[in-house]
Structure formats: C-alpha cells, structure tokens
Design a protein around this ligand. Structure first.
Ligand code: TRP
Ligand code: SF4
Length: 400
C-alpha cells in the first residue's frame, strides 16, 4: 500500500461562481482534510485556447487563487501553485511527446469536440493537440494517485494511465538490468540456467503460466542466490519493469446541482451566475429578478415549482419543512414569488458572507497571496524535480 496523493488543476477562467463552489471547490476543501493535496492553476492550458489574448490570463490567475482561498481552500493543508512556475511540467511533456502516438491524442474526445465548439478559434495547433498530454505530465510529475475531475475529463485520466504504462514499459529498467540478470542466472549452474531461460521463453512468447510457475519454484529452491539476484531473476522471468511513473485514478466529481439564475446550468457563457464575491444587494437583486413558473402571471394564479428555477435553488438550500412550505404555498397561490425567494436570498447571502470577507482580505493584501503561491510552487517543484531526476536517468539523460 503506498500513500495517496491528490492533484487537480483548473484553468484560469476569471471570477468563480457558485457553480464552481458547489461543483468543485467544496470537494477540494473536503479532500484537503483527508489526503495530501496539490491544486494548481493551469495557465499553460489556458494558452492552448487563448494564445491570441494572453493579457487576460494574469489577472484571472490571481483572481482565481483568491477565490480558492475565499472558498476555504487552506494553504496550510494543501499545496497551491501555478503550472508555469514549475517548468519541469514542460520538460516532462516534451519527453513524453517522444513516444506518444499521434493517434492516441487525435482520438481523445475533447480534441474534436472543443474544436467544433470553439469554431471561431483556430485550434488546429500543435499545442492544442498536446493539451491532454500536458495534463498527463501535470499528473505524472507528482506521481498523483487520485485526480478529482468532472466526467468530461475522464478520458484524459485514461490517457494518462496509458502514457504511464508505456513509459514504464519503455524505460522502467535499471541500467544494465539484462546483463545483471544473466550474470545472476549463471549462478544457477549451466543446466538449471538453460532450463530457467527456456521456461522464461515459454512464458513470454506463449504466455505459458505453468512454465512461469515452474521457473519460480526452481529459483525459490536455489540456495546460493542473494536476495537481490533472486529478485532480479523473478523480474527477468516476467519481463517486469520498474515503475517510474504512477498510474493515477480519476476521482469523479459529481456534477454540480447548482442551477443558474435562469434554471440552466450555472455558467459564465449563459450570464446566469452568482459570483463568490457578489454583494448582498446584488444577490438580492439578481434573485428577485429571476423568472418563475411562466404560468404564474398574477399573484392569485397557482404555480408549479417543477416549472420554476427558484424551486431548484430551494432544492439546494432548503430543508424539508421549507420545501413543503414552497410546494404548498406555490400550488395554492398561498405565497407570492417574492416571498418564496426570500429564504433563498438569505441562504445565499449567508453562504457567501465568509467568502466575501476572506476574498476582501486577500484582495487588499496581494503579497499575502503571492507568498502563498511562492511557497506552494517551491513545495511542488521539489516533488517535480525528484520525479524528473528518475525520468532523466531512466531515459539516459542524466550524464553523471
Ligand atoms: N483540463 C482540466 C480542465 O479543463 C484542467 C487540468 C489541467 C487538470 N491539468 C490538469 C485537471 C491535471 C486535473 C489534473 O478542467
Ligand atoms: Fe417559483 Fe416559488 Fe413562485 Fe412557485 S412561488 S413559481 S416556486 S418562485
């Protein structure tokens, strides 16, 4: 059993909203208590689609980190950093690119999907094709075991697993492994050595498990082998490789149930968001303006909560008693829509109050945030450098 390590990244897309909070950040806040966590700003990933407007990236990076902190991500528990401040990600991306078949990248569903969705942009670029490979490097460089992501990102984690497996297969051997194994085999004496090598061939070429078992048993019985030699020979029998990179698992983040102000999914592109820094006045204003059941034109018309986006907010924020009050009051025209909205407004104001406060504190003192990130980058970089030493060595690039 080896230690778990959680890693996730987010592209800097500007001020975060309640959809991000209920979908992603609440989960990060929970995970930071349970595992060592690394969370980073994927600024290079933002450039793959926004290479023509790099000026939007810097402001967004800081605003996003402030929003993470505001939401309760705790820099004394989790490591927070910026991707481009750990240039080792780029080195690993380059080295992985050498052996990554083009077809693997072309087949990733987001490649075609995003090109179609963002058709106003030219995404027939080298960088965009490499998007998921850069993500693989992000993950593998920390030997992360768990990657919390949404459904759409699962193919990227699958690709990462394949990339790790291929890397270990190609490079996961100690230098001179073969020679050392043969040297060890000689200690068996020529007759037994020949038999072991034959059995190995039968297993590796024909998948003959019984041959493998027989060879293993023979090595087990041999007295004059050192532990290291026996291990080497066991590895040699199976064609085992040393694991340099760790295969991660996707930790599926449940889709946010947070509806936008119009009942569609909350998203910046629909302009239906409540940002994490929304003032109480604005929260009230925006929710009071929300559309309700279109059949409920007059106060005296009964309504149907199922046809009303405000009801979806009650589903997130209200307890059973309050939900019963809405159902009953709406269907009987016993309550007005503004009345119905009041408890939701209160709940959102209450939820966002501590976040607004923390965001204000960090915005007023940018050095605070810069220090948190500098510290996180340093910690992240140490892990990344350790992995890169192993990677370079296994690829014959250490020149020591
Ligand atoms: N592609 C991810 C997204 O759009 C962001 C990301 C980049 C990421 N690198 C990562 C997520 C590594 C998890 C792990 O959401
Ligand atoms: Fe929607 Fe509430 Fe008005 Fe019913 S009473 S239509 S649930 S806002």
């Amino acid at each position: 059993m080896f230690a778990e390590r959680v890693l996730s990244g987010m592209r800097p897309t500007g001020l975060l909203h309640l959809g991000h909070y209920h979908g992603v950040l609440k989960n990060w806040v929970k995970l930071q208590n349970e595992f060592p966590c690394l969370f980073f700003v994927a600024d290079w990933h933002a450039l793959t689609t926004h290479y023509e407007t790099p000026e939007i990236i810097e402001a967004n990076v800081w605003d996003m980190v402030i929003d993470w902190l505001a939401a309760g991500v705790d820099p004394s528990q989790a490591t927070l950093f910026i991707q481009s401040k750990v240039p080792e990600h780029a080195e690993l991306h380059l080295l992985l690119s050498m052996s990554t078949p083009l077809g693997w990248l072309e087949r990733v569903p987001t490649y075609k999907d995003q090109q179609e969705k963002l058709s106003e942009k030219d995404l027939a670029t080298y960088g965009f094709l490499g998007y998921p490979l850069l993500q693989s490097a992000d993950i593998l460089i920390y030997r992360a075991t768990q990657v919390p992501v949404g459904e759409d990102q699962v193919p990227h984690i699958e690709l990462t697993r394949e990339i790790a497996r291929r890397f270990n297969h190609l490079y996961g051997r100690e230098p001179g492994f073969e020679a050392k194994a043969l040297e060890a085999a000689k200690k068996l004496g020529s007759k037994r050595m020949k038999l072991v090598l034959d059995l190995r061939n039968r297993f590796q070429e024909q998948g003959d498990e019984a041959a493998l078992e027989q060879a293993r048993a023979m090595l087990g019985e041999t007295q004059n082998l050192s532990v290291a030699d026996r291990e080497r020979l066991f590895g040699y029998l199976e064609g085992a490789r040393k694991l340099i990179l760790t295969e991660p698992r996707a930790m599926l983040t449940e889709a946010s149930k947070m509806p936008g102000l119009d009942g569609q999914k909350m998203s910046k592109s629909y302009q239906n968001t409540l940002s994490l820094r929304e003032t109480p006045e604005n929260i009230s204003l925006k929710i009071r303006k929300m559309p309700t059941d279109p059949q409920r034109v007059r106060r005296t018309d009964p309504g149907d909560p199922e046809k009303c986006p405000v009801w979806q907010l009650h589903e997130v924020y209200s307890d059973e008693k309050q939900k019963a009050w809405v159902q009953q009051g709406c269907k009987s025209a016993g309550i007005g829509c503004l009345e119905c909205k009041e408890p939701v407004i209160d709940a959102v104001v209450r939820e966002l109050a501590p976040m607004r406060e923390r965001a204000a504190m960090y915005s007023e003192d940018p050095t605070l945030v810069k220090n948190i990130i500098a510290d996180g980058c340093e910690r992240a970089r140490q892990i990344a450098q350790e992995t890169m030493r192993d990677v370079r060595q296994s690829m014959g690039l250490s020149y020591t």
